[in-house]
Design a binder for this molecule. Structure first.
Ligand SMILES: Cc1cc2nc3c(=O)[nH]c(=O)nc-3n(C[C@H](O)[C@H](O)[C@H](O)COP(=O)(O)OP(=O)(O)OC[C@H]3O[C@@H](n4cnc5c(N)ncnc54)[C@H](O)[C@@H]3O)c2cc1C
Length: 479
């Protein structure tokens, strides 16, 4: 239900619909590839008010709200921003989202809220993502973020995995007064927000500030602890934890299963991004060395990870950075916004191209990739047209570095070491659709570990929903 005043019915919708958008201001591409700083320049207060006033306030439920997995009340936020009530708008976002300052930076808005904005049919859509970022950054800047927690309930919850899903669940449970500890295999909290998504998309200070909020709420963090190996859920239960939320994501890179995949110079996407992007102080001990990438880099894959690898390689000084993908751009799963930025920064694309093997030079290091041209055949089980090899079309691409960004699976350890916890294909955890309840009483799960690789906003939303279910479970539990 939109919380906007009735007199909005009188707004000049036609006038608003004709108002051109403020173009998003980006740092110049030649300048931005020289560093890892954020690429989008923030709105000023005047620009935010102008842009928010373009919203025509569609009848409830507005398409932008329906397209937002968190169901943020975007029209009401636009109205508040238009009035200059930035703090009220930020609070409104925080009612439905545990990390609006993060989602506003990394959500594929072009496919969600902005993609559904009716203004997009004639003009540019309202820049709802940038406006969410503006008000939540403003709130942080003026120090007006309140941390309210309920009276302690005395109930203890273990959250396993400190990515967006675990953080959101922990935040909601701490607010409800529960005693929450997050366990993570990595030294620092953040999951892929820290150990995946590069700084030029999401400044790490933004993640640290949100994590600090959790600490201020009393949430505890235990790093370097791989649940299922260093400790099991049964052991945690014996230590007094009464409920669990598993949000361990998908951290196993899909292999290519071709010759030469293990040559020096061939990297897995996640390991490459961790080593290349994360400050050494936050890196696990076995990942402290930066990759040496040389001049020619080939990234294989078509998702967000591929875009991030391309843009990271350009920032590391590579001269030729090419994305190789076996279908066409239409079938690419990654966000188009990131591809546009990658192209502006100098990345090129070879579509309908399948690598066949990685070839070493005389020094044993990767020197070239043998590839084959493809053409699209009939749709496969995923509904996408299947790439078919073009006979006799083999060719070589010279490469100093190849990065495989092909897809991700969950690690099966937690499923295998937790009695009664059912998993299905590739080790994904089986849960009830809305609550995250697993097949073991008191154990809930969500985020990528349940859905497979998805988005920050969907993982966050799953964490919030599970927190509600865990809260009810704990309140009805006898001891
Ligand atoms: C390179 C890259 C770029 C991306 N870019 C975007 C983007 O721009 N926008 C977007 O919306 N989404 C993006 N995504 C997807 C998004 O990051 C994920 O969907 C989201 O982080 C999933 O959240 P999660 O909490 O489920 O898991 P994760 O963020 O993966 O966190 C899981 C945590 O669990 C920990 N863990 C795993 N196993 C164990 C264990 N057994 N014991 C203890 N801890 C464990 C891990 O160390 C990790 O910290 C990107 C993904 C990648 C890989």
């Amino acid at each position: 239900m939109q919380a906007i005043p009735g007199d909005l019915l009188a707004i000049d919708r036609q006038g608003r619909a004709k108002t051109p958008s403020l173009n998003l201001e980006l740092r110049n591409s030649t300048q931005r590839v020289c560093d890892f700083d954020e690429v989008l320049l923030p709105f000023s207060p005047e620009q935010a008010i102008f842009e928010a006033a373009r919203c025509i306030h569609c009848p409830d439920p507005a398409p932008c709200v329906r397209a937002c997995p968190a169901e943020n009340d975007i029209p009401s936020a636009m109205w508040l921003i238009e009035q200059g009530r930035f703090l009220d708008a930020a609070d409104l976002y925080r009612q439905t989202s545990s990390m609006p300052e993060i989602c506003s930076r990394v959500c594929p808005h072009e496919a969600l809220c902005q993609g559904s904005c009716v203004m997009g049919k004639h003009e540019e859509p309202v820049q709802t993502g940038m406006l969410e970022r503006f008000v939540t950054d403003y709130q942080r800047y003026v120090g007006e973020l309140s941390i309210d927690v309920a009276e302690p309930t005395g109930k203890r919850v273990a959250v396993i995995g400190a990515g967006p899903s675990g953080i959101a669940c922990a935040e909601q449970l701490a607010r409800a007064g529960h005693d929450v500890t997050i366990f993570d295999a990595k030294p620092q909290p953040g999951g892929l927000l820290l150990y995946g998504i590069p700084n030029f998309k999401l400044e790490k200070d933004v993640v640290f500030a949100r994590v600090d909020d959790l600490f201020r709420m009393g949430v505890k963090f235990v790093g370097n602890t791989f649940i299922g190996r260093d400790k099991t859920i049964d052991q945690l239960e014996a230590e007094g934890f009464q409920a669990f939320y598993i949000a361990t994501g998908t951290w196993i890179d899909s292999p290519m299963n071709v010759d030469g995949e293990n040559l020096p110079g061939v990297w897995k996407g996640t390991e490459f991004l961790i080593r290349a992007n994360v400050k050494t102080a936050y890196l696990p001990d076995d990942m402290k060395d930066r990759p040496e990438i040389g001049k020619k880099v080939v990234v294989i894959g078509g998702g967000d990870t591929a875009s991030d690898c391309l843009r990271t390689a350009l920032r590391m000084g590579a001269e030729e950075v090419t994305c190789v993908y076996r279908r066409t751009e239409n079938e690419m799963p990654g966000g188009s916004k990131d591809r546009k930025l990658a192209r502006e920064e100098g990345a090129s694309y070879q579509f309908l191209t399948q690598p066949l093997r990685f070839i070493a030079g005389s020094d044993g290091h990767l020197a070239a990739i043998e590839c084959m041209r493809m053409e699209l055949g009939e749709p496969d089980a995923s509904g996408r047209r299947k790439p078919m090899p073009v006979e006799g079309s083999e060719f070589l691409i010279e490469a100093d570095t190849a990065i495989l960004a092909l897809g991700y699976w969950p690690d099966e350890t937690i499923g295998k070491t937790t009695p009664q916890l059912e998993t299905h294909k590739y080790g994904l955890i089986v849960t009830g659709k809305t609550t995250g309840q697993t097949t073991r009483p008191g154990v809930y799960a969500g985020g990528d570990a349940v859905t497979g690789p998805d988005l920050v906003v969907t993982a966050m939303t799953a964490g919030r929903r599970a927190a509600e279910a865990i809260d009810s479970y704990l309140r009805t539990r006898v001891n």
